[in-house]
Design a protein around this ligand. Structure first.
Ligand code: P6P
Length: 338
């Protein structure tokens, strides 16, 4: 009597991963250990991002990465933290990072069975402005006898065993999904230092009048894209426009509220801007598993697109099932059918 009711059934990410492993009697625990290393890297990156302004970690690091973006100090720290966590897990053979020109091979673990693709801090150009940024990741299971070369990672997202992203915003939110599994959302409890399951089995609204794209590029858009965007603005009930310019933030809002995120390939960027391996592919898997759709600029199912090289790019339309269907239907009228 008089005992305050405490919730003894808090599901932490650690508990969730252990329960998942128990469901698969044949599991060796390697994947679980890899995910524990992943979660540690998210906690570390969150820690540094939150302190950035205090210890002057924002601002340029004076170097630039493969795609020529000005590298921010936090980009470098995020990449270092992520690589160290993956290496020390002993479960990763080969890794692609937006910050690394070549694949990173962990020769000290020749029998490790996983490959990881990652953008340690996506959207970092917004960091100094205090905009939410994030880590996007995809995990592949290597075939027996794999040597850990870049070919092991030039795969479509249909081959991913897990994918997700962590958004460092007002709170630290992790979205994680396994192949053909549900999408689960976790929120970091700083008191416990644990990710807590707060959004089990996320299901997207089938439609929503919100579109998210950089209309500053519309001069370069192909005709079907212009027609699609105009149709939203001239609809009976015109759509709302929401664009943060940080993919993880725009994706997370779209996942929760519904709507559509688009970064089309255009005349200025014929291959598109976003990278297949560590932006488009993992996001496509999350959105499909949450009941949404994802296609590239040729209207191909995004999850089937195979990157030609590890930093290959693609156009992408990502969102509620019916909202992406509208894009597909407009392109069909122009003879583009994926
Ligand atoms: P733009 C951030 O630099 C990023 O890679 C994604 O996070 C974001 O969606 C996109 O580029 C924003 O690009 O051309 O609209 O600034």
């Amino acid at each position: 009597a008089g005992r305050e009711s405490i919730n003894t059934e808090i599901v932490t990410l650690t508990r969730h991963l252990n329960e998942e492993q128990t469901k698969h009697r044949e599991a060796t625990g390697d994947f679980t250990l890899l995910c524990h290393a992943l979660q540690f890297s998210f906690k570390s990156i969150a820690y540094y991002i939150r302190r950035a302004s205090l210890i002057n970690l924002s601002g340029l690091a004076g170097s630039s990465n493969t795609t020529g973006d000005e590298q921010k100090k936090l980009d470098v720290i995020g990449n270092d933290v992520f690589l160290a966590a993956m290496r020390s897990s002993g479960r990763v053979r080969v890794l692609v990072s937006e910050e690394e020109e070549e694949v990173v091979v962990f020769d000290e673990y020749p029998h490790a069975r996983y490959a990881v693709a990652c953008d340690p801090i996506d959207g970092s150009s917004n960091l100094d402005a205090g905009v939410s940024v994030g880590t996007i990741f995809g995990i592949y299971r290597l075939p027996e006898g794999a040597k850990g070369t870049k070919e092991d990672l030039l795969l479509p997202a249909t081959e991913l065993v897990a994918a997700g992203f962590t958004m460092y915003g007002a709170s630290t939110q992790l979205v994680l999904t396994m192949k053909d599994g549900p999408v689960n959302g976790f929120t970091m409890d700083n008191g416990l230092g644990e990710f807590i399951l707060t959004h089990p089995n996320m299901q997207m609204p089938k439609k929503r009048g919100i579109y998210s794209c950089n209309e500053g590029n519309s001069k370069y858009w192909e005709e079907p894209v212009k027609e699609w965007c105009e149709s939203l603005k001239s609809a009976e009930k015109p759509y709302s426009s929401r664009y943060i310019g940080s993919m993880v933030a725009d994706a997370y809002r779209t996942l929760l509220y519904g709507g559509i995120f688009a970064y089309p390939a255009d005349k200025k960027s014929p291959k598109g801007k976003l990278r297949i391996l560590y932006e488009c592919g993992p996001m496509a898997m999350v959105f499909e598993n949450a009941g949404g759709q994802a296609v590239d600029s040729k209207m191909r199912r995004m999850m089937t697109v195979v990157p030609e090289h590890i930093h290959d790019r693609s156009g992408i339309f990502l969102g509620s099932y019916e909202e992406v269907q509208k894009v597909i239907d407009v392109h069909k009228k122009h003879g583009i059918t994926g």
